[in-house]
Write a protein that binds this ligand. Sequence first.
Ligand SMILES: NC(=O)c1ccc[n+]([C@@H]2O[C@H](COP(=O)([O-])OP(=O)(O)OC[C@H]3O[C@@H](n4cnc5c(N)ncnc54)[C@H](OP(=O)(O)O)[C@@H]3O)[C@@H](O)[C@H]2O)c1
Length: 298
Amino acid sequence: MHITVAPASPKTGQAAIRALLRDPSNPTVRGYYRDINRVPAEFKDDPRFEAVQGDVENAGTLDFSGSDAVLNITPPVYQDIDSVAHAHLVSENVKAAVKRAGSVKRLVLLSSIGAQYDHGTGEILTNHEAEVVLRDAAPEVVVVRASYFMENWASSLETLPSGFFFTTVTPVDRPLNMIAVRDIGATLAGELLATGGALPSNPHVFELRGPRDYSSLDVQKAFEEVTGRSIELRAVGRDELAGFYAAVFPPSVAARFTAMTESFLEGGVLYEDPRPTREKKYGTTELAEVLRELLNEA
Ligand SMILES: NC(=O)c1ccc[n+]([C@@H]2O[C@H](COP(=O)([O-])OP(=O)(O)OC[C@H]3O[C@@H](n4cnc5c(N)ncnc54)[C@H](OP(=O)(O)O)[C@@H]3O)[C@@H](O)[C@H]2O)c1
């Protein structure tokens, strides 16, 4: 089986490639990098891995010929541009490359919880746009709607040495599902390797969740467990969100992240979730395991 990952740089793409290269069925994998110098050392010497220079923003740089399956990830954009228009462009480019190749039987799209909604979810509207464009891009389409990444807490590593971290998941005892990137990679790899197999529906859409929900208080406890010290939790309230994001992002990015966070809060679209994704699958990695790894890598 020959599998293409475009783009390959996102941490979920990297996790999927790692899982594919470890699989006993020995698939060959091609990864697209807009900057070829970003290929991780761990893949470089693997004879079943090929790194190719190409950018999903530029249709002409994508050649999926010979691939049985393609993994597509909508890259997040942190510039002051229309992110939904960007998601539309990169998804159309991937769709055209799949059609041009003629060999691709299955497209697997990494998406997000809440991508079924066309309003009220801020940044997640990029994932909605990708789902709309790609829903019929290949004979088989699988959409994996991941929950909140445990690795998002990497942003806390900067303040932890000072003994505190910020959370936008409030109230602080509110449970939220979180999934490890490693489990996302394993699931994406499994779906790619199942190319040609029967799908319960087409597109086959499911939500990918971690083994349990965690509140901000649980995150605090996990940080205390892995650091062995007392860590203060600083909650960012609903009316402080815009200022919190504006301090680190350009204006339109800050607005999208504020709207996305609000959608998780009481009264928001994702809090209410009136049209939940019916099928759910679960990872097994616990939050403390991921936080320990993040701290060790820092
Ligand atoms: N974070 C969450 O909680 C969450 C939850 C559910 C779903 N999601 C979705 O998961 C996806 C993000 O996954 P992730 O966290 O794995 O991403 P990530 O690690 O933040 O990926 C960002 C990388 O994508 C690459 N990239 C950006 N634009 C590119 C382009 N035009 N062409 C090629 N590569 C490009 C860049 O790598 P280089 O600089 O090396 O080129 C960049 O570092 C998004 O679609 C997001 O909406 C996220």
